[in-house]
Design a protein around this ligand. Structure first.
Ligand code: SF4
Length: 309
């Protein structure tokens, strides 16, 4: 159970938008997801538990878990399950990790990729601001371990901002992931409220540097809607992200994981998502995946195919 006590100052902040009626009403029909736990779902659960691995699918209470796991897709969460930051939207437990990263974890992730017969693996992590390299070496080792065991499997990494430690970014890029993803999560005006430990310009710089370090590697980012952003702010952010050389952009509806998290200000209609996709691709983003249930790893394989076609 997440320790959400550190979130309350955020929720009481004068910067916080007014309580939303959206959170207090049933979700619209387009957000109701059928739960289906078929044989693949059970098999993935067994593999994850037997190898003592964490997934962001479970930790972030992703609404797509039934669909993705049945299609044998999951997002591994390395470096433990305690995050050193406390973003107001995120269901991952925050606090100070009790132990150093588990050095055997990269090999166990590779074993799981092999057992799951994945062709495309997504690896993310909690923030480890307590580690000198932010956990970047473990990302690099995980990529290498997967490549060693399953050479045909593509690897996408969804990395933190490493607090602007560009050597750490270089460590990950040098391991040559097939896609490098770093989510901006929201528009700059809402950062203090939604991502108090992060800086929008720093995330933009990370994306710009990643593009320069590896010109042939798809660079990806994503954002949630429904936290109080305006249409103009989203359009401006998409143009800025395209300017950094971002290839793939994901846009999905923010859903409040528990009542202690930030409220949903608005449920965005699927037609609006379709319009953002069209406008994002018009300003130069090569592939925009937009829709109420889109998450950064949702259909990640297809996004990579589309961006590199
Ligand atoms: S969308 Fe991503 S986080 Fe959600 S279940 Fe699918 S793979 Fe996991």
């Amino acid at each position: 159970m997440a320790d959400m006590s550190s979130l309350f100052p955020i929720l009481k902040s004068p910067l916080a938008p007014p309580p939303s009626p959206a959170s207090q009403h049933p979700r619209p029909a387009w957000l109701r997801v059928k739960y289906f736990g078929g044989p693949n779902y059970q098999e993935l659960k067994r593999i994850m538990r037997s190898l003592d691995l964490h997934t962001v699918c479970e930790s972030a209470r992703c609404p797509n878990q039934g669909e993705c796991w049945n299609h044998r897709t999951a997002t591994f969460m390395i470096l433990g399950d305690i995050c050193t930051r406390a973003c107001g939207f995120c269901a991952v437990t925050s606090g100070r990790p009790a132990s150093a990263p588990d050095q055997a974890e990269p090999e166990r992730v590779a074993q799981a990729v092999e057992q799951m017969q994945l062709r495309y693996a997504v690896v993310t992590s909690v923030n480890r601001d307590d580690e000198a390299d932010g956990g970047s070496a473990m990302f690099a080792r995980t990529i290498a371990a997967i490549r060693q065991r399953v050479p045909d499997c593509k690897v996408e990494v969804l990395i933190p901002d490493f607090r602007g430690d560009w050597r750490a970014l270089g460590t990950v890029v040098a391991a040559a992931p097939d896609v490098l993803n770093h989510n901006v999560e929201t528009v700059p005006r809402l950062y203090r409220h939604v991502r108090p430990g992060a800086i929008y310009q720093r995330s933009l710089e990370l994306l710009r540097r990643a593009r320069r370090l590896a010109p042939g590697m798809p660079v990806k980012t994503g954002m949630m809607l429904g936290l109080g952003e305006t249409r103009d702010e989203v359009l401006r952010a998409m143009a800025e992200l395209a300017e950094q050389g971002t290839d793939i952009f994901t846009l999905g509806q923010y859903l409040q994981p528990t009542r202690a998290h930030l409220p949903v200000i608005r449920y965005v209609h699927p037609d609006e998502f379709a319009e953002y996709k069209m406008l994002g691709e018009r300003v130069g983003l090569r592939h925009v995946e937009a829709g109420p249930l889109v998450r950064s790893s949702y259909h990640a394989f297809e996004q990579e195919q589309s961006a590199t076609a």
